[in-house]
Design a protein around this ligand. Structure first.
Ligand SMILES: NC(=O)C1=CN([C@@H]2O[C@H](COP(=O)(O)OP(=O)(O)OC[C@H]3O[C@@H](n4cnc5c(N)ncnc54)[C@H](O)[C@@H]3O)[C@@H](O)[C@H]2O)C=CC1
Ligand SMILES: NCC(=O)COP(=O)(O)O
Length: 339
């Protein structure tokens, strides 16, 4: 049985107006027919789109108005003055605009006025300078949704690889202490549930990377595997999860190894994102699992140095829009079946 077809548009926060966000959203809209994209609208300062692009735009007051205009114009919900815009020259007004747009777009997705949230690229440094106190958008959106940090999962996905870092935006020397049995168990459970709900994978095959070289080499190169990871993974296996590991991280990302699992759980940000971005930088998508709504984003940042040059690839944004819609539909199907 499948759920009702989704009829609300996707909300896209524009991101930093001095970055490539406006350009890739506009290019995404240009590709809407060729890529068969669902209706979406941009949220932010309308100037930030019109500064870079002279295609057709339509100012809307409510998300639902996007549906009628999407075919012939890029709908924009104009909501904050981002100040003077200069490509590649971020300002505090622009960062404030990105922050407010993120807040409003999150609200639309939470309320159901939008079927999903796609966030445009922001500079975290810029956001911090205007009072953003979360490490990243993932943590901000989780808090706005009332979801604890251990249940909000940052997953990045490309065509043949999905990765989840168990710790996200923290220093490398803080990782070992943060990798507790509780974190490992909660995040793996939340990942499995997210793959069921958003991707329709009933029993995901989960591969877990060791933290140390050769997964610790029997304790010679570190004790996290034996003392924390193996007992946590054994407990999860006893609950019925399909888990392999801890595996040597250096040998689990080549093509044949990737076929053996649906998601790779990694200890820290770069252990997960280096293989993913090396393989799929221009097309990978960041999705937050564990929320009561769907949130995706392109895998890249604002790329200030190429903003305004019309050379940014829109592929990751397009994939983020597609994944957001497909996940929202899969979620609707899942919830209808569960009811
Ligand atoms: N979803 C988001 O909002 C993300 C934000 N960031 C933030 O971005 C800021 C800058 O970080 P960087 O490591 O410099 O990342 P970045 O992704 O902005 O840039 C890395 C490199 O990739 C290139 N690049 C990025 N997007 C591209 C595109 N669409 N087409 C062609 N080339 C592209 C850039 O020119 C640069 O050479 C940081 O504050 C970071 O936290 C990083 C990743 C995701
Ligand atoms: N490298 C991934 C990343 O930084 C994601 O950031 P955010 O979406 O949580 O802001």
């Amino acid at each position: 049985m499948s759920g009702n077809k989704i009829t609300t548009p996707i909300a896209i926060s524009i991101g930093d107006p001095a970055g490539v966000g406006p350009e890739i959203i506009a290019k995404g809209w240009e590709g809407r027919k060729a890529e068969n994209l669902p209706p979406f609208f941009a949220i932010g300062d309308q100037k930030s789109i019109e500064h870079y692009w002279d295609g057709p735009t339509a100012i809307i007051e409510q998300p639902s108005e996007a549906l009628a205009v999407f075919d012939h114009a890029l709908p924009i919900l104009n909501m904050y003055d981002g100040g003077d815009i200069a490509a590649g020259m971020p300002t505090l007004a622009g960062a404030n605009c990105a922050f407010q747009a993120l807040e409003m777009a999150t609200g639309f997705a939470k309320s159901g006025a939008a079927c999903a949230l796609v966030t445009g690229p922001v500079s975290k440094i810029q956001l911090y300078s205007v009072g953003f106190t979360h490490p990243g958008q993932t943590e901000f959106i989780a808090e706005r949704c009332g979801v604890s940090q251990n249940n909000a999962i940052m997953m990045l996905a490309g065509p043949s690889l999905r990765v989840v870092p168990l710790t996200t935006h923290i220093a490398l020397n803080a990782v070992s202490a943060a990798l507790t049995s509780r974190v490992i168990r909660q995040k793996i459970r939340a990942t499995a549930k997210g793959l069921q709900r958003n991707f329709g994978i009933e029993k995901p095959r989960i591969a877990v990377a060791g933290l140390n070289p050769h997964a610790g080499e029997n304790g010679k190169f570190g004790h996290e595997e034996d003392e924390i990871m193996r007992p946590a993974l054994a407990a999860l296996r006893a609950e019925g999860y399909d888990i392999s590991g801890p595996l040597s991280a250096d040998t689990m990302f080549h093509r044949d190894a990737r076929e053996k699992y649906d998601v790779a759980i990694c200890g820290y940000h770069d252990q997960a994102l280096v293989p993913l971005k090396t393989l799929y930088f221009y097309e990978a998508v960041n999705i937050t699992l564990g929320l009561p709504m769907v949130r995706t984003s392109p895998d890249h940042g604002p790329a200030f140095e190429i903003a305004g040059k019309n050379i940014a690839s829109e592929k990751s944004m397009i994939e983020a829009i597609k994944m957001a819609y497909n996940a929202a539909q899969a979620r609707a199907n899942y919830l209808q079946q569960a009811a």
